[in-house]
Design a protein around this ligand. Sequence first.
Ligand code: ADP
Ligand code: MG
Length: 349
Amino acid sequence: MTLVELREITQQYPGEARPAVDHLSLTLPSGSIVALLGMSGSGKTTLLKIIAGLLDPSAGDVCFDGVSVKHLPTEQRGAIMVFQNHLLFPHMTVAQNIGFGLKMRGVPRPVIDERVAHMLDLIQLPGLGHRRPTQLSGGQQQRVALARALIVEPRLLLLDEPLSNLDANLRDEMRELIRQVQRHFGITTLVVTHDQQDAVLLADHIALMRDGRLQQFGPPDALFYRPVDEQVARFFGGVNFIPGAAVEQLIHAALSTLGAPLPNTPGEVVLTIRPEQIQFCDPIQHPQALPGIVDHCQFMGTYYRHAVRVAPLSTPLIVHSHAPITAGTTVALCLPLEHLWVIAAGSAT
Ligand code: ADP
Ligand code: MG
């Protein structure tokens, strides 16, 4: 279990207009699994390489358990990185691949055999040690790469997009395996992904990166329900953004009847609410509900997605529900106060 602190890390690649990582500070709690989430090019791989010691940052410090490891070479840091394109040694068997790190450390053969067998069980590939990597599926190779990294009992596990080459079923399995293995060893783990669903399902905490900066860090539900800005909200599927002016004209009046805590400066805020938290309701029972007209309704597989026009909003509110409501129907919408979230306006999309 290792507490990892990144302090004001900056990485400026020569000749690049802007830094790939920009004054980024982040703490990975000891024994936790953290997802490093962000779009392609946001600096995730660069940051992983810096933590692993594969890249010396332009500025900033990396500390493990409060001690700087900045001047330690990769092999002395004990942070092991598993790359997106897991490169197994093709001329070795699966067992030899997994045991490679122990062999390099001069561990006796019987101990290696025993630990490799244990790892094969753990990654649910018992008895496949004699195969060559080419005789395994992509998902199985991914597991072997994970086992090969874990067998040396690193202080820190760094996984770069371990799920991105897998199809849906294998993704679920691999996610489960990573969690299971992480719990088994209690190892501090940083998993890079560009997929918010993977991040939510995998991690204790999510670090969301954009353009080399840390946008938000917290438990998955915090980023989901309490985004710091509109970009974060959109990244997590937020679609309803009600501008301050409309808040004043429309929602202010409706909300004030309920004694809601209202923004002091409505012009400078945006109100957001997730589509699954808006409810269709009976206007007689809920006189403060917002009147609207269903613009269109689409079946999404497990729910119906409605676009509802609500004057004076220029864009329809998106509302999810389990029953369809036909286009053209006049409806009343309840926006439960506990689900409304106020964010600063002007955080561009
Ligand atoms: P991510 O893993 O989030 O996709 P990267 O860390 O790979 O992002 O890249 C971040 C930015 O740094 C990108 O703009 C990329 O083009 C640039 N970059 C990455 N590696 C290098 C390099 N070796 N030399 C120059 N620029 C690089
Ligand atoms: Mg990358």
